[in-house]
Design a protein. Structure first.
Length: 310
């Protein structure tokens, strides 16, 4: 039994395809299949049910793959021990980030990371919260940047900052003349929302529980873009809720439509999350420090703020 064979069965389980697993492992599909078959013959068990598409592990195969993940995690700690002694931030860090954070945070962070740590390779994907959690558990991602708390015992959360939700209101709304908004004020307002699957949609609904979705006659609009929500308010009236960091992208005219909530202001807690067995501590700390360096001090404090659940 070799670590390479264990990496191959984990890859097949992750991508549910021998072809896909071979591509990710940078080997040919026959080479990967042969090594998996050798492992099965040595253990005298079938690890995968090849009659099904996508490929799925057998019952005993699933147990073996789970243990293989643990073994691989432990083996990677050897490199991490050496790296920690060398005081270097080197290697590859695979990061997942939710789309409602990515465009407002990453541009401020990436250039600094690349300049400070030239030997660090960042691989970044935008995913929903559900996908990030799944990929952390399967080892596809090393860490995630998303809204918490998650209430998942297998995930470790390290809060980074607390970002206000603000309202973005059409000039034709009766709320436009208000200086500050109470959540109850939104009860009769049509609210443009992100589509299902985005945690920010759930948070907005938690802030204004009795709010109705904005719907033009004959239209159901599904979007994962905060920028699209802003445009819909500009053109079609109604209101939406925005994360505070998005305000840096607005024009002076658009900023005139922004209203903050009355205290305690609803906020989302943005955290750096990892699987409980995560080992690339030096890389993670470097990313955390870079993020905190670009976040305003006021957003690092939780006092007088109401963290909205997901």
């Amino acid at each position: 039994m070799t670590l390479v064979q264990l990496e191959y069965i984990v890859a097949v389980d992750t991508y549910r395809s021998f072809v896909g697993a071979a591509e990710k492992c940078f080997v040919t599909q026959p080479t990967l299949s042969m090594q998996v078959q050798k492992l099965e013959e040595m253990l005298n068990v079938k690890i995968f049910d090849r009659s099904k598409q996508p490929v799925v592990p057998t019952e005993i195969g699933a147990q073996l793959i789970e243990q293989a993940r643990v073994i691989l995690q432990e083996s990677h700690k050897i490199k991490e021990i050496i790296s920690s002694q060398q005081q270097d931030v080197v290697g590859e860090l695979k990061v997942g980030i939710i789309p409602t954070v990515a465009p407002y945070l990453l541009p401020r962070v990436i250039s600094g990371m690349m300049e400070r740590f030239p030997d660090l390779k960042l691989l970044i994907w935008e995913y929903t919260t559900e996908d990030i959690i799944h990929h952390l558990k399967t080892g596809v991602l090393d860490c995630g940047i998303l809204a918490t708390p998650l209430a998942d015992n297998s995930i470790s959360e390290s809060p980074l900052y607390y970002e206000n939700f603000v309202t973005y209101i059409s000039k034709n709304s009766k709320l436009y003349k208000k200086k500050a908004i109470d959540p109850d004020d939104l009860d009769d307002e049509n609210i443009w929302l992100l589509n299902e699957g985005h945690c920010m949609r759930s948070q907005v609904l938690n802030i204004c529980r009795s709010t109705k979705d904005s719907r033009l006659q004959g239209l159901t609009y599904n979007t994962g873009s905060v920028e699209t929500l802003i445009r819909m308010v500009d053109v079609n009236n109604g209101a939406t809720l925005l994360p505070e960091l998005a305000l840096a992208e607005l024009s002076a005219k658009q900023l005139s439509k922004v209203r903050y909530f009355k205290s305690p202001e609803p906020v989302r807690e943005i955290s750096l999350v990892t699987h409980k067995n995560f080992i690339k501590k030096r890389m993670l700390n470097a990313l955390r420090e870079e993020i905190l360096s670009v976040i305003p001090k006021t957003m690092k404090q939780k006092k007088k703020k109401d963290v909205v659940g997901i």
